[in-house]
Write a protein that binds this ligand. Sequence first.
Ligand code: ADP
Ligand code: MG
Ligand code: MG
Ligand code: MG
Length: 400
Amino acid sequence: MSNYHPLSEAQAIEYARSIPDLFQAGSELASREIGDGNLNLVFHITEPATGKSIILKQALPYAKVVGESWPLTLDRARIESEALQIEEALCPDLVPHVYAYESDLALTVMEDLSDHVIMRRGLIERNQYPLFAEHIGRFLAHTLFFTSDLGKNQQEKKVQLGRFINPELCKITEDLIFDDPYRDAETNSIEPHIRDAAEKIWKDHELHLEVAILRNKFLTSAQALLHGDLHTGSIFIKPDSTKVIDPEFAYYGPMGFDIGAVLANLLLNFAAQEGWSPDPESRTAYRNYLLQTVKDVWTHFERNFRALWNEHGVDRVFQTPGYQDHFMASLLQDTFGFTGAKMVRRIYGLAHVADIDKIEDAAARERAQRMALAIGTTLIRFNRQAKSIDELIELAIKES
Ligand code: ADP
Ligand code: MG
Ligand code: MG
Ligand code: MG
C-alpha cells in the first residue's frame, strides 16, 4: 500500500520491462492508456519489434462520481485478479490470462484482447454472435456451480468466501441498483422527459416490496462467487471467441444476479433498437435475434449447470429427488427479478448505457427509455411467479 502511486505511461513501460520472460531485453516498448479513467487505469503496452502486447490494469484509490471523488479500496485489484484466476481455472477459454498481480501498485498484468470488441459496442453496431449464448451459458454454469455449496467442498467454500467480502464495491451495487432508483436520490440522473416515469416508480409500493426482497438476497444470499458486474461492457467478443473481463465487484452472492446482468443488457439493447435499426424490418430481425439469445443464454446455462450437478455434485443431501428442480425454479425467478432491477437502474440511475444514451433522436431515445422501464418493472413485479424462460420473452414482447 505504502509504495502505491498511479503509473504514468513511461512508468508502465518500465514496469512491463521488469516482468520476466515477456519482452526482449532492451527492446523498444510503446504504452497507451486506454481506460476511461473513472476507477482504473488501463495501459496497453506493445513491443513493435515482435508484435507482442499486454495489458496493465491499475486500480485508482478513488472513483470519480458526479464530479466528486470518493475513496475506493485498492483491494479490488486483488479481488479482480483472484477472480480472473478462479474463472480461468474453470473456463480457460473465456477469460484473459493473468500473467501477474502486484499488490503494492494494485496492478494486474493480463492478456491483451484488443482483437476482440466490447460487446456493448458490437450490439450497438448490430452484429450477431452465434456462439455467445453457448459461451456465456457455460461461463455462468461453471463459475457459479463450482464455487457454490453444490460443487465445492463446503469448508473450502467458506474460506474462499472470506477472500471476497468486497464491502465497498457491494455498497455501490446496494445503493445504485437496490435503493436509489426507487426514491428521489441525488445520485439519480434523470432526463426531464422521463421524470414522470421515475416518479411513478417512486410511488409503486408493490414494486418496492419486490425490490426489498431482491436487495435482501443480494445482501445475504452467499450462493456462489459472482462476477458482480457482468454487463455487455465487461464482455469482449468476436465471432469465434468470448472473454469476460473486469470482475472487480466479485463477491459471494445470489447466482441470479450474474445471469440477470447478462439478460438485462441484451434487453436494454432490444429496447434501444428504434435508435439503431434503419428500418422496421431489420429492427424486428435484430430484436428477434436478441430475444432468441436471451432464451439461449438461460437454456445453455441450465443445461450445463444441471449436467455439472449430476456429474460433480459434492453434497449427498442436495441429490435428494426434486431438490434440483426446486433450486432451478427458484433461480429462474431470481433471474427475472435481477434482470428487471438491472434494467431500471440503467435508465435514470447513476450510470446509464450507451445503447440508450447515445440515441440522438430525443423522441426515439425517450421511447427506448420507457420501453426498458416497462420491461424492467414488469420483470421485477412478476419475478416470484415466473415458471419458464419463455415467459420472460413473452413479457418483453408484450411491453415493447
Ligand atoms: P473498468 O473497471 O475501469 O471498467 P475494464 O476492465 O472494464 O475497466 O477496462 C476498461 C477498458 O479497457 C475496456 O473497456 C477495454 O477497452 C480496455 N481493456 C481492459 N482489459 C483489456 C484487455 N485485457 N485487453 C484489451 N483491452 C482491455
Ligand atoms: Mg469503465
Ligand atoms: Mg469495465
Ligand atoms: Mg470495472
